[in-house]
Design a protein around this ligand. Structure first.
Ligand code: FAD
Length: 391
């Protein structure tokens, strides 16, 4: 009989690893504390942040490793970004391409990608003998490991708890992972969590007439202003999702409409035209402000019974655009090891031993890249022009 596995978290990484394990014949049950995002009411959807993400080759390789046809389907609406577009204070735009050979990253809607991966599970279930079971509104509250495997205790609606037995568990339950916490009771796991003094806030640039893009869609737009910055990535309907990053004290001090207007007009005048000042004020006063933190830990598994992937293992600040991409890479590497090694324990051991160095490196790159995006991208040609203008 094939082995049973509980995947905790039906986000980007959990949905992908569930598919990969399903293809390998495991009996997979995918749990999430949320409602199914595909059927959740619009009110719930509106409250979810609709960040769009940059998906890079690293992430695409992970998707293709699971199933190349599935990958092509879920990526069909991506918008290639061949470079950065730097918006200077005087309203000029400077294109800085990523490479001479067409190298690019791609803009994709996070919520749509998650929904597409869940749809792919339904497609898989139409023909597979080993169906992937989806259990939404199941919040993991406790994990117990025993000689047979793992007992997963979930809180279901109205506070009722239910337990399920599995051979092993994969935790893909995000930055505040409960699986990680439960595993810490069984192993000597090093762990750290660190907030940086930046928050993020989402703004929206609507499409122009007939769905036209008001900015070049094939660039990642950046308004670099050192201590704070604005970025924008294109959506397939002609709009852009824009994100403001700035220190908490600065962002929280912007409460009154006139202060917000003065700040935005003096720092992002061209973006103010595109977003509309009324919408800027609404965003600063009404939209949720997200905290940014990084989590590192090691080791990532407990014998052959449990392993964590994605943000549960390596939550990183978003300035390198690699959190999800790395999570998809986790999936590729783990599935590859499960294919290659004789036992699951050997696969998990090798995963922890080999993965930590790379994850530590990418966390550092992500942190360092704030300086790159907010300051260093201001080209020397621009700085020289400004200096000459001042004489
Ligand atoms: P999550 O997406 O957090 O999913 C975890 C899931 O687990 C959720 O569905 C949650 O409901 C569920 N869950 C949690 N606890 C429980 C529980 N107890 N029981 C059951 N279910 C539970 N990455 C990129 O690669 N490129 C980018 O351009 C990029 N930009 C970003 C911009 C911003 C502003 C931010 C904040 C992040 C960005 N990221 C980017 C990072 C990316 O969003 C994350 O790395 C990615 O979402 C991690 O996926 P995950 O599946 O590991 O975790």
């Amino acid at each position: 009989m094939s082995e049973s596995v509980a995947v905790i978290g039906a986000g980007l990484v959990g949905a992908l690893v569930a598919l990969g394990l399903g293809h390998r014949g495991y009996n997979v049950t995918l749990f999430d504390l949320r409602d199914d995002p595909r059927t959740a009411g619009t009110a719930i959807k509106k409250n979810l942040r609709s960040i769009n993400l940059a998906v890079s080759d690293r992430g695409i390789r992970g998707l293709e490793f699971v199933d190349s046809e599935m990958s092509a389907r879920v990526l069909k609406e991506i918008i290639p970004m061949h470079g950065r577009m730097i918006h200077t204070l005087d309203g000029k735009q400077e294109s800085q391409i990523y490479g001479l050979f067409g190298e690019h990253i791609n803009s994709i809607d996070r919520a749509k990608l998650n929904e597409s991966l869940l749809d792919e599970i339904d497609t898989f279930n139409k023909t597979a003998v080993n169906q992937i079971k989806l259990k939404f509104e199941h919040k993991l509250v406790n994990l117990n490991f025993n000689t047979r495997g793992a007992s997963v205790e979930c809180e279901v609606r109205y506070g009722v708890k239910r337990s399920f037995d599995f051979d092993f568990v994969i935790g893909a339950d995000g930055s505040y992972s409960n699986v990680r916490y439960q595993m810490q009771k069984y192993i000597r796991m090093d762990y750290s969590q660190e907030y940086i003094d930046k928050c993020y806030l989402e703004l929206y640039i609507p499409p122009g007439e007939n769905g036209a893009f008001l900015l070049n869609p094939n660039h990642l737009h950046i308004w670099p202003r050192k201590e704070f910055m604005l970025i924008a990535l294109a959506n397939s309907d002609g709009s852009f999702t824009s994100t403001f990053f700035g220190p908490w004290s600065l962002t929280e001090a912007l409460k009154k409409a006139e202060d917000i207007e003065t700040f935005f007009l003096s720092n992002f005048p061209d973006a103010a035209d595109l977003i509309g000042m009324e919408n800027v004020v609404k965003a600063f006063t009404g939209n949720p402000k997200g905290a940014l933190m990084q989590v590192t830990c090691s080791q990532y598994h407990f014998s052959d019974k449990c392993i964590i992937l994605g943000d549960a293992t390596h939550s990183m600040v978003p300035f390198y655009g690699q959190g999800m991409n790395c999570g998809f890479e986790d999936v590729r590497i783990l599935l590859g090891l499960l294919d290659e090694k004789e036992t699951r324990e050997a696969a998990f051991d090798t995963y922890t031993a080999n993965r930590h160095k790379d994850l530590k490196a990418i966390l550092k790159l992500a942190l360092d890249n704030y300086k790159e995006m907010s300051t260093k991208v201001i080209s020397s040609a621009y700085l020289l022009r400004k200096t000459l203008d001042s004489f």
